[in-house]
Design a protein around this ligand. Structure first.
Ligand SMILES: NC(=O)c1ccc[n+]([C@@H]2O[C@H](COP(=O)([O-])OP(=O)(O)OC[C@H]3O[C@@H](n4cnc5c(N)ncnc54)[C@H](OP(=O)(O)O)[C@@H]3O)[C@@H](O)[C@H]2O)c1
Length: 201
């Protein structure tokens, strides 16, 4: 699958390397097209998204929708958008305290198939989950086919099916996104970002 990763930060780089290792074709979309030193070619967000089967927003949550605006409704129509972002204010509080980037993105681009996942753990855990034993990754989205594609990508990253917890429609993205403050509080106490939620029942 050809995956356009928008954003060339730590998450974009980690996921790009992992998807390439799993046999996928990756292209980056960046504000600095032509940037070197990344695991795959770097072009603009619009060019990267236009050539891809799936678009992954590895962007600050508040920049995700504005960046997709530069891609355009036509390109996004029918495409899967995997949003892994968290939206914080400069003071590190929730930017959308009663809402989520995932739901707002689906509302703004109704013809795209937005799926929220991978936002609740450190990038080193996103791409090497089994190092922690059994842990949980949440999935939210309105389109079942798009979620099936994303779940298959999660499996490629090393998340067993049993670890993938489908919360339901995109309105449920508010839950994982609002975990962000607790993630940082936990980080302060445990002293390492290599931890994760494990739902047992
Ligand atoms: N770091 C983690 O382990 C982790 C874990 C879970 C979730 N997340 C979430 O995943 C997302 C990406 O994380 P990250 O640590 O890689 O973030 P980041 O380094 O802050 O930003 C990622 C990339 O987004 C682009 N970008 C930054 N500001 C932008 C703006 N104002 N407008 C458009 N593009 C902008 C930049 O790429 P270009 O310069 O190439 O455009 C940047 O390298 C964030 O929402 C974060 O909350 C991160």
């Amino acid at each position: 699958m050809r995956i356009a990763i928008l954003g060339t930060g730590p998450v974009g780089i980690a996921l790009g390397n992992a998807f390439i290792a799993a046999g996928h074709d990756v292209v980056y979309g960046s504000r600095s097209a032509g940037k070197e030193g990344l695991p795959a070619p770097v072009t603009t967000a619009a060019d990267a998204a236009g050539s891809a089967d799936l678009i992954l927003t590895a962007l600050p949550g508040t920049a995700a929708i504005p960046t997709l605006e530069t891609v355009g409704d036509d390109v996004l129509a029918g495409k899967i958008v995997l949003d892994i972002s968290n939206a914080l204010t400069p003071e590190s509080t929730l930017a959308y305290p009663n809402d989520s980037v995932g739901r707002l993105m689906q509302e703004r681009f109704p013809d795209a198939k937005v799926v929220k996942s991978l936002s609740t753990m450190y990038h080193g855990v996103m791409t090497d989950p089994t190092a922690l034993g059994a842990t949980t990754v949440y999935v939210s989205g309105d389109n079942e086919d798009a979620k099936t594609v994303v779940k298959s990508l999660l499996t490629d990253l090393g998340w067993p099916e049993a670890s993938q917890l489908d919360l339901g429609g995109i309105e449920t993205a508010v839950g994982p996104e609002h975990y962000t403050p607790l993630f940082f509080m936990t980080l302060q106490v445990v002293g390492t970002p290599v931890f994760n939620i494990n739902v047992v029942h």
